[in-house]
Design a protein around this ligand. Structure first.
Ligand code: MG
Ligand code: MG
Length: 251
């Protein structure tokens, strides 16, 4: 069942989303060579808690940290560690916050210092693909329209689309129905209705889109070690389009 949120629920989802956005803004200046991903996680968790929220991912299926930190060829679910960021790395922070029982979920890929042109290209076009997907959203359109638009954009820019990982509904659970794939066929899938809340999150690669899971049972990376970027916003379907709940442009 895909739930339709009430006005009250949407305002709580908006507060949760705003905390996620503010956490991204707070962490961005700390993303520099020498900081460890564990230090970023601690700063993020403290900030989320100061906002009166809890980190959605901490303990989720046993995930051991507050935020996911995925570096370079890592796609998602990177576990914060003593690894120090280096100049030229890219890092995705995937942040979820739960406020009064409602979640926000947003991921963003950041450059550490100066990155090369291929990383800039990957980041620029993965971010654009998110907005290409979002711009499909309005009542009457279908989930497949979002995925088709992202896939067309990615393919035309020679980027790989990861198929095994998808966006999702958001509400009192951080992952609800429906799945929101980053590929698909126009005119297929569930119909979008005013009041639905979904997270759209393209994960694109410079090389093959094949992925594998590391021995830590969490970190997912590309099989060919090609770089991966990931941009995600939680949005609500409105009368004539959509509204982003996790803030404006973070990057
Ligand atoms: Mg996320
Ligand atoms: Mg998500």
């Amino acid at each position: 069942m895909i739930s339709i949120k009430s006005e009250r629920e949407i305002s709580l989802l908006e507060e949760a989303g705003n905390i996620v956005y503010k956490t991204h803004c707070y962490l961005k200046p700390f993303i520099k060579a020498g900081i460890t991903t564990k230090e970023l996680d601690k700063l993020g968790e403290d900030f989320i808690r100061q906002c009166g929220a809890t980190p959605s991912f901490k303990g989720y299926d046993g995930f051991p940290a507050a935020i996911c930190t995925s570096v370079n060829q890592e796609v998602v679910h990177g576990i914060p560690s003593n690894r120090k960021l280096k100049n030229g790395d890219i890092i995705t922070l995937d942040i979820g916050a739960c406020f009064k029982g409602y979640h926000g979920d947003s991921a963003w890929t950041y450059a550490v210092g100066e990155v090369d042109d291929s990383k800039k290209y990957l980041m620029e076009h993965t971010e654009k693909s998110l907005f290409v997907g979002l711009n499909e959203i309005k009542p009457g359109k279908r989930i497949g329209d979002i995925g088709a638009a992202i896939e067309e954009y990615a393919t035309s820019h020679k980027l790989g689309v990861i198929k095994e990982l998808v966006g999702h509904g958001v509400g009192t659970d951080v992952h609800e129905e429906p799945d929101v794939p980053n590929y698909g066929k126009r005119g297929t899938g569930p119909i979008l209705k005013e009041g639905m809340v979904i997270a759209v999150e393209p994960m694109l690669t410079l090389g093959s889109p094949e992925i594998c899971i590391l021995d830590d049972d969490w970190t997912i990376e590309t099989e060919d070690y090609s770089l991966s970027a990931h941009y995600e916003h939680t949005v609500v379907v409105t009368k004539d389009g959509y509204k982003i709940l996790t803030g404006g442009k973070n990057g």
